[in-house]
Structure formats: C-alpha cells, structure tokens
Design a protein around this ligand. Sequence first.
Ligand SMILES: Cc1cc2nc3c(=O)[nH]c(=O)nc-3n(C[C@H](O)[C@H](O)[C@H](O)COP(=O)(O)OP(=O)(O)OC[C@H]3O[C@@H](n4cnc5c(N)ncnc54)[C@H](O)[C@@H]3O)c2cc1C
Length: 483
Amino acid sequence: MTIESAAIIGGGLSGLAAGLHLAREGVQVDVFEARDDVGGCCSTANVGGYTFNEGAMFLAVPQLLDSVYARLGLDRAALLPLKRIEVPQASVLDSGTRVVLGPDRSLRIEGADEAARTLAANAELARFLDRWRPVLRVFADDLLTRPMSLTHVLASAWRYLPQLRGTLAQELTRAFDDVDVRAAMSAAALYTGIAPERTPIFQIVGIVSMFEDGVHLPERGMGAIADGLAQALRDAGGRIHLGTTVERIELQGGRARALRIAGQEERAFDAVVSTVGGMNTFERLLDPGQVPTAMRRRARKAPLSHRALGVQLGLRNRLAPEAFCINHVPAMEQQHRMHRPLPADSAWLSYTVPSTVLPQLAPEGGSVVELYAGVDPDLPMDAWDEDTTRRAADEAIARLARHETLDIAQARIVTPREHARRLHLYEGALYGLSPAATPQQQFPHRTPIDGLYLAGQTTYPGFGVATSLWSGVFAGDEALGRG
Ligand SMILES: Cc1cc2nc3c(=O)[nH]c(=O)nc-3n(C[C@H](O)[C@H](O)[C@H](O)COP(=O)(O)OP(=O)(O)OC[C@H]3O[C@@H](n4cnc5c(N)ncnc54)[C@H](O)[C@@H]3O)c2cc1C
C-alpha cells in the first residue's frame, strides 16, 4: 500500500530520521514528542548557564554518521561540524599507574618501568589494530548501514566470523600482556554497563574506532544533532508536535490506523512508526488483546540494559584533565563491580569533562563534569525517593572530590526513576535492550501488525547516535514498502 501520511511517535534521533526520510519521499509526516524539546536521549539542557547532556556524550564511528546523513540527503560537514577529541581516555589504576589512550593510534603508560612498557604496549596495539581494522570497516561501511540480514552478514563478513566469537575480556587478554593496558582498554567500554567477561566481542569495534577514527563532539554540543535534523524535517514539510504524548495506537481491521493523543481528538494515519522502544510499544501503547504473541513474548523476555545514577555538575572552577574521559578503575576482572554500588571506601569511578573540549558549555572559567554511577539493579524504581537519591549522589560526589577540586555551582541528579519519567526510558534502562542482546532479541522494523513500524534503540542496529539514525531510515524504508 502506498502511504500518504505517517505518524512518528517520539522526536528522538530515530524519529527525526524516520520522519525526514518519509517526508523527503512526499509523505505527510507528523512527529509526536512528549517532551518540550526534540532529541530525547541525545539532547542538552541548560541549567543555570551550564549545558548538560540528557544522555549521549560523544560521537563514535564518524563514518556511520556521514553515511546516514548522506542517505538522508544532508551534508554532515556543513550541517554538523565536529571537533575531534584529541585524548579520549585516561585510566588510573589502583597501583597509581596511568594509561592514556590516544592521541591517534597510540597509548602511553605512566608508572613503574614506563618507557619499556609503553614501547611494548604500542607494538601490541599496532597488531591489535591491524587485526581489527578490517572488521571495523566491514561494520561501519557495510553491515551497520543495512537492515540485518543473515545472508548478507555471511556474504560480507564470513572471513571474520571466527574472530567475532568470544568476549571483550578474552580478546583483550589475548592481545595485551600488560594487565594495566587491559584494564584501560576495557574501561573504554564501561558505558555498556556489562562486565568485560560478558561483553560480546563485537563491542570492540567501538574501541578500535576510537583509535582509528577518533571520537568527536559537535562544535555546538550534542543537542545540535537533533536541532539540525528537526529543521531539515520542517523544511521538508514535516510537522513536529512538542509536549504531545501518544497514549494508544489504535488498530482497525488489524492495521495500525490511528493514534489516541492526550487531550486531543483521535488522529488517523496510513502508517505509524513507533520509536519509543519495543517494550513500551507492545506493553503500553497497544490494547493487550491485540498484541501478537511473538511480540508480547519478546517484550516480556527482553534483556534490559543497566540503570545508573546520572550526576552532572556545573563548576565555578576550571577542570583541565588530560583526557575527555577519566577512569579510576580496578583490574579488568574487577570492573564488573563498578556496575553495582561500591563500598563507601572505594575510589572507582568514570567521568567526562565535556567543557575541556567545548569551554562554551560552562560560564567563563567554569566546567561541566558528568558521571554515571552504578546502582543496585534490584532496587525498585520507587525506592529512589529524596533520601536514597541524596545519599547516592553525595557518595558519588565525594568520590569525585577525591580526584578533582569541585566548586559546585549547579548539580543535577538523574535517578533511574527520572530516566523513566523524564526521558521515557523503559524501567529506567539506559539503552532499552542490553548491549549484549542478540539481533533475535531486537525488535523488527516491520512488525506483525500491518502499518506499524519500529525504529530506535531496541531495533537493529541498536543504541548509539548514528545507529539510531540508521534504524529510523530502515523503518522508513519498510513503511515505504522498500524493506
Ligand atoms: C545516559 C546515556 C548516555 C549515552 N551515551 C551515548 C554516547 O555517548 N554516544 C552514543 O552514540 N550514544 C549514547 N547513548 C545512546 C543514544 O543516546 C541513544 O541510543 C539514542 O539517542 C536513542 O535515540 P532514539 O530515538 O532511539 O530514542 P530516544 O532518544 O529515547 O527518543 C524517543 C523519544 O520518544 C519520546 N516518547 C516516549 N514515549 C512517548 C509517547 N508516548 N508519546 C510521545 N513521545 C514519546 C521520548 O520523550 C523521546 O524523546 C546514550 C544514552 C543514554 C541514555
């Protein structure tokens, strides 16, 4: 069926990408976004003159961003100038040894026997990058820019499949003799919220890309991505309705036909693209009696990603760490402990200082520092009351204060409950599905319900800035009958 109108639920990156793709094909697009701003988990908020990220903090695998912008008919370099982060990561081990990753394809060890260890580790790094560079290219230039197809994976990547078996920890142990280097490399994947021993090896692509292509920030901050896409969508005739919550997807004759929107008349559409996650869509936006069994089962069994406590500080003083992201970490084998609450005396944490790259994120002479602290995954969402929040935030801030001087002007604390309430993240899970989810656990872009399509981080190719945009394109293609 040719569609003339489409509703997009959610004005995050995947919704904007799906909307722009469809609008460029002549479809009348209406994007409904519950919040008062676009961008969802990739947007910014100004709090007392300090710019905090609502979620995403940096851009990895820049080619993937370039290719999706090109696919959307946009000139990425003109619309979204990027600034490369020269030194992305520095890790401080319990022994006091520092391992600095970058600039470019190098690393540096500071501590006992540093010259010889740095030399040996750089030789290992060169071999590691030679081994993984072709895999990065096949992911970034091919696999992640197409909908998941086993036939295509086998045809394009068959020669790498044996290499892609195992875990991040196994590969880092194989590649690096120095345990401190292993710890620093696995710390670069702490954001996944998964122990390195359980992290699927393909997550290594992000680490390889950090050395090969660098990590970047938009010159105007992370919020510039959604702002530019929203403008392009409006220019293409799309409409964006902010502060508008979709309550129900209505089916007629088994086909998604209309939306029930808070405080409005029901609105009819030829197609609906939901970007609020497979679990939210099938558990909360559809009449339970109309959810196909396979989708209900997938939603109920979905392996959720971790929750965390966001602590964002606006400082009056200038922090000038040597890297964008600083990790105080134990050995790789102990890093799983960072995803759970730590004993009060522990000094482990990982934080970013975006104002080192973009000083304009803070008032003159000040800084922005952001960290996500591990929380007890078994703590119910409702347990995040004022007391629990204050105690957890105080502990995280005290830990940070052991490493940095903090003259705090603004503090914003984002609990799992806030992640669920304000960012609409299912059960407060940061990425929806766990980064360890298999493609079979992700939700399809074309659902078993006619006229209902899914995009966003619970669909292939998963969470991340560029990958969410690609998922929007894939859902748009399905809605256009070109999947
Ligand atoms: C804390 C955190 C840190 C991250 N760090 C990085 C990073 O550094 N680099 C990176 O590449 N990626 C990162 N990510 C992942 C990345 O931000 C996301 O994968 C991506 O932004 C998801 O986009 P989306 O469109 O799928 O979903 P979302 O951004 O969640 O968009 C969905 C939108 O739907 C809206 N919505 C929900 N329900 C309704 C409803 N009923 N009606 C109307 N609107 C509704 C929501 O308000 C939201 O705006 C991070 C994510 C988080 C949470």
